[in-house]
Design a protein around this ligand. Structure first.
Ligand code: SF4
Length: 701
C-alpha cells in the first residue's frame, strides 16, 4: 500500500516540508512538499537523501549502564538516583543538561520545565548556543524581544539582498535556490556577499566583499555613517519609531570618519565599498541575511546590532522585501528559543531579567521552586564540569566532544565527571564514549512533534516507522526521570500533543500583548487537529488562527517605550591574534552534503561522494611557505589541539587564512575534530564561541 506522510527535514534551519513516500510502511523516497512555505516543493541534496539515512545500522538499541545493557527501569532509576544524590548533597546547580537544536519543541519544553521549574536550576543550555545566541542578543537589544521580523518571501521580493557571513549555497541550499530563481526572474536584483572567503554563494553575487576576518561591525558602522552623510536615512521613521540614534551615529562617525577608514579596517577597496554603500542607499527593498559568520564571534552580538542599526536608520523593516534576517543553523534552533532552551531564557520567550517573569512561569507550572537566575552558558557549563562544580550532566542529541571549543578538554572533563548521561540515537559517537548511562533515543521518521524554522514557521514532524530496539522518545525519557524525582503530576503527559498544548497555553498566559511569542490560539487543538497542523508562522492571531509573515509593520516594538533601539557599536577585533607560533587564521564551517558531526548523513553513500575526507583549504602562496602540496596531508595545530586533513589549494581562500570543515568525528577520522582547534573565546553578551577565528600553525603530516 502506498502512503505519503507530510513531515519536515531534520537538517538545517530552512525547515523544508518533506513528503515521505511509504510502500507497505517502508520509506522508499522523499520529495519536497509543494505546500510548505519554506521550500515550495524543493529539497537540497541532503534532504533528498533522507530515505537513505534511516537504516538501523549503528543505532543505539538498548539502555546501558557502565557499558552493560540494562532494562529501561534500571537505566532511568540510575539517572534519577544519581541526580537526586548530587542535588541533595550539593544543591540543584551541581546538575546540568546540555541539549540540542535537533530536539523537537516538545522534548525541549519538558527538559526546560524539569530543570528550571522543578529541579530549580537554569543549568540547561543547548548546542544552539554555538549557532545563533548572538543573533538572539541582537534582536532583543533592538526590538525588546527575540523576534525575526522577516520571512523567506522577503528575500525573493527584495531588490538588494546582502548575505553576510553566510555560505547559503551550501548551508541553507533551498533558501539560496529561491534567491537564485528570484534573481533569474528579475536580473536587476542585486546580490552582495560579504565573506572573507570566496564561496559557492558568490556565484550569483554582483559584488563580493572579501572583508578581513571579523571586520563586519567596522563595515556596517561605516555604512551607517555613510548613509547619514549622504542623507539616505529615514529621519521621520527614526523620530517616530526608534531611540538611541544619536549615540549610535556619533559612535559610527567616530569609528568610520570616512570611507578610507572603513577600507583600512575591512581590507576591501574604496571602490568596492562605494558600490556597496551606493546600492544600499539606493534600494529601499533591502534584506540583510546573516548567519554563523556573524554570530560565531566574540563580537557577534555587536555585529548583529550594527546590521540592524542600518535597517532602522533607513526604516527598512516590517514591509515586504525589507529587514534584517538571521537564518539559523539547526532545524529547531528557533523552537528551542521559544521554550527557553538557552540557559539565560525562561519559557515562551520570557527571561530571568523581565520583571515578574519567573513568578509568572512558576505560577503556570505550579512549580515547587523555580530557578531564580540564569544558568551557565555552554562553554562555562563544561568548564564547570571540568572544575567539578557540576557533578552530573545529561547530554541529549548532540556531540559536544566534537563540536564544542577546546573539545579535548571537554572529553577529559566528561571522563572525570561522576555521572554522565547521554541520550542519542547513535551508539558510537565521541560523546557516547564518555557516558556512564546511555539512553537510546528515537530519530527522524520515528518521532512526533513540532519544529520552528528560521522564519518563525512552526511545522509538524511526523513519525511513520518503528524505532529500532528499545529506543524511546526524548520527551518520554525526561518525564520518566521527572516522575522518579517526585514530579509525576507535572510530567504526566501521554504524548507530544499534550505537551504542545501546554506550551501554547503558556505563550498566552498573562500575556497582555507585551510578549512577541504568542501561539495561544493553538492551546485548544484536539489530538486530530494537532496531527493535521499545517505550517504556521508565529505569532498567531487568536481571532483568525492565522500566522504573520512579518512583524513591526506598524513601527511598534516590544521595548518598554514601544520604540526600536539603536545600539552604539564599537567594533572590536577577534580575540585570537596571529603570532610566530600560530601565524594563520582558521575559519570553520559546513560542507554542502554533510550535517553536523555526520552521524546520519555519512550513512548515505552519495552524500559522501561530494567530499569524503577532512581537508584544509589554503592559498597556494601559504602552501608554498609551509611546505604543503595539493592532495598531501597537513597537520593544523591550534591552542588546544590538532587536526589532520588533505590539502586543497585554492585562491578562494585569502592569504594568511585556512578553512576546515566542522563535521568529522572519531568514527570517520580520529584526528579531525574541529572543536579541538577552537579556543573558548566567547561573545561577552551571548556566550557564543568564536568558531570562525582561531589562530593555528600548519605543517606537512
Ligand atoms: Fe533539509 Fe535544509 Fe536541505 Fe531544506 S535546505 S532539504 S531543510 S537540509
Amino acid at each position: 500500500m502506498h502512503e505519503t506522510v507530510k513531515t519536515t527535514c531534520p537538517y538545517c534551519g530552512v525547515g523544508c516540508g518533506v513528503d515521505a513516500h511509504l510502500d507497505d510502511g517502508r520509506l522508499v523516497g522523499v520529495a519536497g512538499s509543494q505546500d510548505h512555505p519554506a521550500n515550495l516543493g524543493r529539497l537540497c541534496v541532503k534532504g533528498s537523501a533522507l530515505h537513505e539515512t534511516v537504516d538501523p545500522a549503528g543505532r543505539m538499541r538498548v539502555p546501558q549502564v557502565d557499558g552493560v545493557a540494562v532494562d529501561w527501569d534500571t537505566a532511568l532509576d540510575t539517572v534519577a538516583d544519581g541526580f537526586r544524590r548530587v542535588i541533595d548533597e550539593h544543591g540543584p546547580d551541581a546538575v546540568a543538561m546540555y541539549v540540542s537544536g535537533q530536539l523537537l519543541t516538545e522534548d525541549y519544553y519538558v527538559a526546560n520545565k524539569l530543570m528550571k521549574g522543578f529541579i530549580g536550576t537554569a543549568n540547561i543550555d543547548t548546542n544552539s548556543r554555538l549557532c545563533m545566541a548572538s543573533a538572539v542578543v541582537g534582536y532583543k537589544r533592538a526590538f525588546g524581544t527575540d523576534t525575526v521580523p522577516t520571512c523567506y518571501e522577503d528575500i525573493e521580493c527584495a531588490d538588494l539582498v546582502v548575505l553576510v557571513g553566510s555560505n547559503a549555497a551550501w548551508t541553507h541550499p533551498v533558501t539560496y535556490q529561491r534567491l537564485v530563481a528570484a534573481k533569474r526572474a528579475r536580473p536587476e536584483m542585486r546580490v552582495v556577499v560579504i565573506d572573507p572567503r570566496r564561496t559557492a554563494t558568490c556565484d550569483i553575487a554582483d559584488l563580493h566583499l572579501a572583508i578581513a576576518p571579523g571586520s563586519d561591525a567596522f563595515l556596517f558602522n561605516g555604512l551607517l555613517a555613510n548613509l547619514s552623510e549622504r542623507d539616505a536615512i529615514d529621519a521621520a521613521y527614526i523620530e517616530a519609531h526608534t531611540e538611541g540614534f544619536d549615540q549610535a551615529i556619533a559612535r559610527a562617525h567616530r569609528e568610520a570618519p570616512d570611507i578610507e577608514a572603513v577600507a583600512r579596517s575591512t581590507g576591501v577597496t574604496v571602490d568596492e565599498l562605494q558600490t556597496f554603500f551606493d546600492w544600499f542607499a539606493d534600494h529601499e527593498r533591502t534584506v540583510t541575511v546573516y548567519s554563523q559568520g556573524v554570530n560565531q564571534s566574540t563580537s557577534g552580538s555587536d555585529k548583529s546590532n550594527a546590521i540592524i542599526n542600518c535597517h532602522l536608520a533607513t526604516g527598512r523593516i516590517g514591509a515586504p522585501g525589507m529587514g534584517p534576517f538571521s537564518i539559523t543553523g539547526q532545524p529547531n534552533a528557533m523552537g528551542g528559543r521559544e521554550v527557553g532552551g538557552l540557559a539565560n531564557q525562561l519559557a515562551a520567550h520570557m527571561d530571568f531579567e523581565q520583571p515578574g517573569a519567573i513568578e509568572r512561569v512558576g505560577r503556570f507550572w505550579q512549580s515547587p521552586g523555580m530557578a531564580t537566575s540564569p544558568g551557565l552558558k555552554a562553554t562555562d557549563l563544561f568548564e564547570a564540569v571540568e572544575s567539578g562544580q557540576i557533578k552530573a550532566i545529561w547530554i541529549m542529541a548532540t556531540n559536544p566532544v566534537v563540536s564544542l571549543p577546546a573539545s579535548d578538554r571537554v572529553r577529559e572533563a566528561l571522563q572525570r565527571c561522576p555521572l554522565v548521561v547521554v541520550s542519542d540515537c547513535m551508539q558510537e559517537t565521541d560523546t557516547t564514549a564518555c557516558a556512564d548511562v546511555l539512553l537510546p533515543a528515537t530519530s527522524w521518521a520515528e518521532k512526533d512533534g513540532t519544529v520552528t524554522n528560521s522564519e518563525r514557521c512552526i511545522s509538524r514532524q511526523r513519525g511513520f516507522i518503528e524505532p529500532p530496539g528499545e529506543a524511546r522518545h526524548d520527551w518520554w525519557t525526561i518525564c520518566e526521570v521527572a516522575r522518579r524525582l517526585g514530579f509525576a503530576e507535572a510530567f504526566a503527559y501521554q504524548g507530544p500533543t499534550e505537551i504542545f498544548r501546554e506550551h501554547a497555553a503558556l505563550s498566552g498566559y498573562e500575556n497582555d500583548g507585551s510578549r512577541d511569542f504568542d501561539i495561544a490560539a493553538l492551546a485548544g487543538l484536539s489530538d486530530a487537529e494537532y496531527d493535521r497542523l499545517a505550517p504556521v508562522r508565529w505569532p498567531i492571531d487568536p481571532a483568525t488562527g492565522r500566522g504573520r509573515q512579518r512583524l513591526f509593520e506598524d513601527g511598534r516594538f516590544f521595548t518598554p517605550s514601544g520604540r526600536a533601539r539603536f545600539v552604539a557599536i564599537t567594533s572590536t577585533a577577534p580575540a585570537s591574534t596571529i603570532s610566530a607560533e600560530r601565524p594563520l587564521v582558521m575559519n570553520t564551517g559546513r560542507i554542502r552534503d554533510q550535517w553536523h558531526t555526520m552521524t546520519r548523513t555519512a550513512k548515505a553513500a552519495r552524500l559522501m561522494q561530494h567530499i569524503d575526507e577532512p581537508f584544509v583549504e589554503i592559498h597556494p602562496d601559504d602552501a608554498d611557505r609551509h611546505g604543503l602540496a595539493e592532495g598531501r596531508l597537513a597537520e593544523v595545530i591550534g591552542e588546544h589541539g590538532r587536526y589532520v586533513g588533505r590539502v586543497r589549494l585554492t585562491r578562494a581562500q585569502a592569504p594568511g587564512a585556512l578553512f576546515v570543515p566542522m563535521h568529522w568525528n572519531a568514527q570517520y577520522s580520529h584526528s579531525a575534530r574541529v572543536g579541538a582547534l577552537i579556543p573558548t573565546h566567547v561573545d561577552p553578551h551571548s556566550g557564543q564561541p568564536e568558531s570562525k577565528h582561531a589562530t593555528v600553525a600548519i605543517r606537512p603530516f
